[in-house]
Design a protein. Structure first.
Lengths: 143, 107
């Protein structure tokens, strides 16, 4: 959420809260008038400034919500850690376009299928590593 | 048929789901707040539903313009269905709930 969005949100909520309180006071006053005098209270509608304040609050709130979504950024999995962006708020749904993002950041979402890590014999790999470490140690001793 | 033509219709479910969540979040928040606005204004019957219709369509229009750059087909399989129709009753329920609550609170 950007700073402008936060500021707009605070202003919008303040306007809505203030207009809500003003509306409450207005209706309390209207009830008292109805009880104590013969004024035709049905003719009295909510003052224009309160209505405009509500409208302003709603519009600012809408913009604040939209501005709370930034353009999508990605951190590449390899290379320099710089934020990459395609200047889009949403992701394109065509598969050939959607995979461009994965290519951009160097991610393979189907790596589990492509490389089948669940088929790897872990015990054999550990044995291989142990053998390599032993070979290296014995090589170091000779030198 | 070339391979690029054959694969042209394949859609990314991850992107579809992501875009759906974005529009749903925007509509959820705005419908609740517009409901509060209708309550503050003490709107009744068709006036309140009118405000809902105006706000719902305006938010969808701003979304199409701002986020989709007037090309919603790139981000939704069926833009009108997914943005305007699928979540209509969900948002209407949220709007009416906030509207009646604030109306009763202030009236």
């Amino acid at each position: 959420m950007s700073i402008i969005s936060k500021v707009l949100l605070i202003v919008a909520l303040a306007q809505l809260f203030h207009s809500g309180f003003s509306s409450y006071e207005f209706h309390q006053l209207k009830k008292q008038l109805a009880a104590g005098s013969s004024v035709a209270i049905d003719q009295i509608s909510l003052p224009k400034d309160i209505r405009l304040e509500v409208l302003s609050g709603l519009i600012l709130f809408t913009f604040s919500v939209f501005m709370s979504f930034g353009k999508l950024t990605y951190l590449p999995l390899s290379g320099k850690p710089v934020l990459l962006s395609q200047h889009e708020y949403l992701k394109e749904i065509d598969m050939n376009r959607a995979t461009m993002t994965n290519n951009l950041i160097g991610s393979d979402p189907y790596g589990e299928i492509t490389y089948t890590p669940n088929f790897v014999d872990v015990h054999a790999k550990r044995k291989e590593l142990k053998q390599w470490l032993n070979d290296r140690e014995s090589h170091d001793k000779v030198n | 048929m070339s391979s690029s033509e054959a694969f042209a219709d394949i859609k990314s479910p991850v992107s579809i789901e992501f875009n759906r969540k974005v529009i749903l979040r925007i509509q959820d928040i705005t419908s609740l707040v517009y409901g509060c606005g209708a309550g503050i204004l003490q709107l009744e019957s068709l006036q309140g539903f009118g405000l809902f219709a105006i706000s719902y369509i305006s938010v969808a229009f701003v979304f199409f313009a701002w986020f989709c750059h007037f090309q919603p087909g790139k981000y939704f399989q069926s833009p009108v269905q997914e943005v305007l129709i699928d979540s209509l009753f969900r948002e209407l329920a949220g709007f009416v709930m906030a509207w009646t609550f604030v109306y009763a609170l202030l009236g």
